[in-house]
Every structure is written in structure tokens, then in C-alpha cells.
Ligand binder design. Structure first.
Ligand code: TGC
Ligand code: FAD
Length: 396
């Protein structure tokens, strides 16, 4: 029985430890310790100032978290459950931090690993794993977000080069990136196909202006990629990319990490709300003694536990390398983002007036989760992916 003096751990509520290997527990606990010691003290200031702590990049690399589930090329080669647990702990810190790591690993290193030539892998992956090169992923455009197939960015072959023109927006890390994975339509005689390119951001004709005035993911750099006849060598193309499906395959990786990550954000909000409820005296008693507050805490813990089981199950399927489909990822991305956003809002309300201050974590997570709910496929997009799977009817 909890006598009220202990802070309950959600790991115990669902006995998650019983289902993790020693290595998985080690990855989780190491990342957890690092977040608490090195990241949490500074994040409120970064959020208020709309800055990202770039000085921590070497430490994140040292933890093996860039491209953590990639084998070889200087990457840690963790299994997908360890990778997911690391994402969870990073997002306990801030969704902006998890985003930084997701984009670098799942959206830049993964496409190079999966669709690149051996030369491209050797050239980029070890330096990206070491945090010496930072990448960004340019799919979204002003007129093509949920429907990336509507993109207008074009790459035209000219001798031994491609010439790329177009505009990408809402691009995480672009203002700090050394390279961009750019998705563009390549014209051939009878058709145009979407292909991926590695574009070094110091090329002539490319700029990556920062996007300001964000009220969400403030501790994350977001920008555009503006390309005006950028010339790249012909071997900058990712040779194995074949249409929009290649870009979507990268999104599967990132969405998997997000489904784990948002559990961390929800847990941070829950932990804070529980601790607060035990201390805050209203009507002569701690609010933790009130039935309505207990119901909110119990509902939150239950939803977090169920979300945790779902991602663990999915991580095991992914590690087995079978029975793992994109609609599985849609199911957990959609459910867990909505769950985390609900819990952030409830937790914020448990903190009363204090809940609107960034001296507490809830409002920061709540605002961040609005972005996470929208990016990597909005809630509606994932609803329609699942609706299409269930009914066979395309409602897009
Ligand atoms: P559709 O006809 O369904 O598919 C086109 C081709 O792609 C294949 N495919 C997939 N392949 C792999 N994984 C998936 N998840 C796939 N989904 C579809 C499909 O089989 C087909 O292949 P083929 O060979 O028949 O051509 O395409 P559609 O145009 O109808 O669009 C479908 C839709 C809406 C689901 C898709 O476009 C979509 O997911 N839209 C959302 C866009 C999105 O999520 N953008 C994210 C940008 S990156 C970002 O937000 C980063 S945030 C920072 C961070 O991650 O932290
Ligand atoms: P829209 O597609 O215009 O959607 C508007 C609304 O319409 C949404 O509610 C949507 O769900 C709904 N809707 C759309 N289609 C349908 C339909 N068929 N039926 C019913 N409703 C529909 N992109 C990148 O490429 N790289 C990045 O690194 C990246 N980072 C991001 C970081 C942040 C902070 C944010 C906010 C976004 C980022 N994005 C990135 C872009 C993100 O993926 C898009 O914002 C997202 O895919 C939605 O596209 P949109 O904003 O154009 O919305």
C-alpha cells in the first residue's frame, strides 16, 4: 500500500520493468538520469527564449541516441524497444528535444541508411551519429502538408547535376542543419516521381530562415528551406527512393518514436500533478485527498499504462521484424498523442493558477503537444489511414 509518503512510479503501476531486458532498462535509466541532471534545469529558460541547447548535442551523441536503432556506421544499434524507451525519456524533458533526436535519426539518418548508396552512408552516418553533422527533413510545403503528394518542389537533371527549386516550411532543425533530406518531383519523359536528395545547406541558392512567433515547441528550432536553382551533384540523389512511399517509410520510423515519446511528456505532467496534489492544501486537506482529483489522477495513470503497453507490444513486433504495418504505427501515434494532450491539460488544471507558469512543466508540455498532435500526420490523417484500413474506403 502507498501510505502517501512515496512518490509512486508509473513503471511500478504497470510493472513495466518485468517486461524489459537488462539492456533496455539500462538505456531507459541512463537517459532518464541525463534528462534530470543535464536537461531539465535549463529547459524552462530555453522555452521562454525560444532557443535550443545546442551545447548538449555532443552529450546526446555520447549517449548513443542519434540513429540509435541503426546498425553499424558508428550508431548504437539498439533494439527498437530500447530506442522507444530513450525517446520516452527524452520527451519527459521536452518534445523539442525528442524532435531534435527523431529528426536527426529517423528522418535523416534512416533515409540515408535505407535508401542511400554505400558511399553516402560512409560519408554522412558516422558524423551524424557523433553529432558533428546535423540534418533536417524537408517534406512539407506551404501548399502540401497532409497531402505531400501535392508538392511543387522540382529537381531537374542537367548533365551531371540536378537543379532543385522549391520551398519547404515548418522544418525542424533547418536553421541549424548542415544537410537537408529534400523530397522533390523529378521529371522524366512521361511521368514525375518523388525522390529524396541529400542537399548540403551551404550550397548556393539555399537559405533556411528561422520561423518565429511559435507558441509551441519553443525549445526547438523550426525554419524553412528555400531553394532557388540549387545545383547538387547527380549522386546527391538517394538512389533507392522510389516515390512518395519512400518518404512515408521514413515517417513510420519517426511516428514510432513519437508514440513512445509522448508517453514521456504525459508522465512528466502526471508526476508533477501527483506531487503537487499531495502538497497543495485546499479546504484544509491536500487536494490528493479529494475524490475528483483522485479520479483525474487515476484516469491519467490508466491511460498512460495502456499507452505504454501498446508501444511495448509494437516495439516487440518491430524487433521481430514481422507483422509490423504502417497502420499499427498510425494507431499508436494517434491514440498516444491525444492521450498525452488530454493528460497535459488535466495536469495543468490540477496545478490551478500555478499551472499556467513555465516554472511548472505542464503548460510547456501542453503547448508542445499541440504540435506533436499535428505533425507527422495529424490526428485526422491517422484517423483516415485507419478508416481506410478498416473499411477499404479512401476518405481522404
Ligand atoms: P497513398 O496512395 O496512400 O500512398 C502512396 C504510396 O506510399 C505507400 N505508403 C506507405 N509506404 C510506407 N509507409 C507508409 N506509412 C505508407 N503509406 C502509404 C503506398 O503504398 C503507396 O505506394 P505505391 O507503391 O502504391 O505508390 O498516398 P496518398 O497521397 O493518398 O497519401 C496518404 C497519406 C495522407 C496517408 C500520407 O500522405 C500522409 O501520411 N500524410 C501526412 C504527411 C505527414 O505526416 N507529414 C509529416 C512531415 S515530417 C514531420 O512532420 C516531422 S515533425 C518532427 C518530428 O518528427 O519530430
Ligand atoms: P493541413 O494539411 O493544411 O491540414 C489542416 C487541417 O485539415 C488539419 O486539421 C488536418 O487534419 C485537416 N485535414 C487535412 N486533410 C484532411 C482530410 N482529408 N479530411 C479531414 N481533415 C483533413 N514537416 C516536415 O516535412 N519536416 C519537419 O521537420 C517538420 N517539423 C514540424 C515542426 C513543427 C513544430 C510543426 C508544427 C510542423 C512540422 N512539420 C514538418 C509539418 C507538419 O508535418 C505539418 O504541419 C502537418 O503534416 C500538417 O500539414 P499542414 O500544416 O499543411 O496542415
Amino acid at each position: 500500500m502507498n501510505t502517501g509518503t512515496n512518490q509512486v512510479s508509473l513503471d511500478d503501476v504497470i510493472s513495466i520493468d518485468a517486461k524489459l531486458s537488462d539492456e533496455e532498462t539500462l538505456v531507459r535509466d541512463t537517459t532518464r538520469r541525463w534528462i534530470r541532471e543535464r536537461f531539465l534545469p535549463g529547459v524552462p529558460t530555453h522555452f521562454e527564449n525560444a532557443t535550443f541547447p545546442m551545447e548538449l548535442v555532443p552529450e546526446i551523441a555520447e549517449l548513443g541516441l542519434f540513429g540509435a536503432n541503426i546498425q553499424g556506421y558508428g550508431c548504437a544499434g539498439m533494439n527498437n524497444v530500447s530506442y522507444g524507451l530513450a525517446m520516452q525519456e527524452l520527451e519527459y524533458g521536452d518534445s523539442g528535444l525528442r524532435s531534435f533526436v527523431s529528426v536527426q535519426g529517423a528522418l535523416c539518418m534512416f533515409p540515408i541508411f535505407r535508401f542511400g548508396s554505400e558511399e553516402q552512408r560512409q560519408k554522412y552516418l558516422p558524423k551524424m551519429a557523433a553529432g558533428e553533422l546535423i540534418g533536417c527533413f524537408g517534406l512539407t510545403e506551404p501548399g502540401a502538408g497532409s497531402d505531400p503528394g501535392a508538392m511543387t518542389t522540382r529537381a531537374t537533371r542537367d548533365g551531371n547535376e540536378y537543379v532543385i527549386s522549391g520551398q519547404k516550411m515548418w522544418i525542424t532543425n533547418s536553421p541549424a542543419a548542415h544537410l537537408a533530406i529534400v523530397w522533390a518531383k523529378v521529371d522524366s519523359d512521361d511521368a514525375s516521381t518523388i525522390r529524396g536528395f541529400i542537399v548540403d545547406t551551404d550550397k548556393a541558392g539555399i537559405t533556411c530562415p528561422e520561423t518565429h512567433h511559435k507558441m509551441s515547441l519553443r525549445a526547438s528550432l523550426t525554419g524553412e528551406i528555400v531553394m532557388d536553382e540549387v545545383r547538387v551533384p547527380a549522386d546527391a540523389i538517394l538512389p533507392e527512393t522510389k516515390g512518395l512511399g519512400s518518404a512515408l517509410a521514413c515517417l513510420n520510423q519517426a511516428r514510432f518514436g513519437i508514440a513512445w515519446g509522448v508517453i514521456g511528456a504525459a508522465r512528466a505532467c502526471f508526476d508533477e500533478a501527483l506531487a503537487y496534489a499531495k502538497e497543495r492544501i485546499v479546504f484544509d486537506r491536500p487536494i490528493a485527498s479529494k475524490q475528483l482529483i483522485q479520479q483525474q489522477l487515476v484516469d491519467s495513470a490508466t491511460q498512460i499504462a495502456l499507452a505504454q503497453w501498446a508501444v511495448l507490444h509494437l516495439g516487440r513486433l518491430k524487433d521481430e521484424g514481422k507483422n509490423f504495418a504502417p497502420y499499427h504505427v498510425s494507431l499508436v501515434k494517434r491514440n498516444n498523442c491525444a492521450m498525452a494532450l488530454d493528460i497535459a491539460r488535466v495536469s495543468r488544471s490540477i496545478l490551478g493558477g500555478n499551472g499556467i507558469s513555465v516554472e511548472f512543466a505542464a503548460i510547456r508540455h501542453m503547448l508542445n503537444l499541440e504540435s506533436v498532435y499535428t505533425y507527422e500526420g495529424t490526428n485526422e490523417v491517422h484517423t483516415l489511414i485507419l478508416g481506410r484500413y478498416l473499411t477499404g474506403e479512401n476518405a481522404f
